[in-house]
Design a protein around this ligand. Sequence first.
Ligand SMILES: NC(=O)c1ccc[n+]([C@@H]2O[C@H](COP(=O)([O-])OP(=O)(O)OC[C@H]3O[C@@H](n4cnc5c(N)ncnc54)[C@H](O)[C@@H]3O)[C@@H](O)[C@H]2O)c1
Length: 329
Amino acid sequence: MKILFFDAKSYDIEAFDKAVKNYKGIELDYVESDLSIKTASLVDGHDAVCGFVSSDFSAPVIEKLASKGIKLILLRCAGFNNVDMAAAKAAKISVFRVPGYSPEAVAEHAMALALAVNRRIHKAYVKVRENDFALSGLQGKNLRGKVAGIIGTGKIGATMAKICAGFGMRVIAYDKFPNKNLTFIEYMSLHDVLEQADLISIHCPLTDENYHMINKKTIATMKDGVILVNTSRGELVDTDDLIQGIRDFKFHGVGLDVYEEERNNVFENRSTDIMETSIVSRLLSFPNVIVTSHQAFFTEEALAAISTTTLDNASAFAAGKPLENNQVK
Ligand SMILES: NC(=O)c1ccc[n+]([C@@H]2O[C@H](COP(=O)([O-])OP(=O)(O)OC[C@H]3O[C@@H](n4cnc5c(N)ncnc54)[C@H](O)[C@@H]3O)[C@@H](O)[C@H]2O)c1
């Protein structure tokens, strides 16, 4: 099986070239460009494509891939909201993902954002470099004894919940399908979680029903001085409403690893570009906001797990024994 990797970065190539040595009959090629209607023509001679969170798997792209003989889409990520599944089904292309490569990587980054924004580490770092040792503007809040509100308690949310419990927080959560095994979590409605939490961390997937679940109305139900962290998907939060909420002093801090319209930015050095949107600069104009660029997954352990699972998906598909749990249907 020949797989063409789109949006391949040096760290992807390193991890996959190392992992593929353990798989017979799989050949990997890499291109730097991400998948789009233009770059889809590069797949000639390949059986499968491997894409990431920003790859364009819209219906026209999928149709083009199918016309060039692609049978398999391998996502080297957990989320699959960028894939038009109806189009994939119609084109008889199977889609596989890596559902849980390292929940710790993402949950630890979520807590890192919460801690950094709470204690203004991003501001302190710059101030001390400028020999400004004054503490004004840096005051934080203790987490111990506060309430952590987790939205979505799957693999990552459950890990974040455990981390928060380790900090001595009471953990409340909303999930469409509560996990009864997580006995330390108090499940309640989304409204109640938003109303009671001092730290809200979003860990549910983006679906049609929860697009902009954090909006003007839901922000109004939150406590004043809340910390909001989103490491899940940008479109879960209405950015304009978030910015208004920040201007209204609703938030002590906001930590975002994902944001709307991140697609052109993710993993690119755009320091000399004229940007087409002002979302990041508007968000960063606030002293209590930290934005990272979809890096929550980015640990050594996660990359190793991503490459192994992606290649397991490819070889099981080739052997006619698809790994059911990893298949997107
Ligand atoms: N920033 C990153 O680098 C990064 C990396 C990996 C995953 N993610 C994001 O994290 C998300 C969660 O990943 P996971 O591995 O924990 O997924 P998961 O499937 O294990 O858990 C998702 C949980 O959300 C719940 N859920 C579904 N719809 C919901 C809704 N409308 N409201 C509340 N809960 C809902 C599910 O019942 C499930 O318990 C992914 O969908 C992805 O968007 C981000």
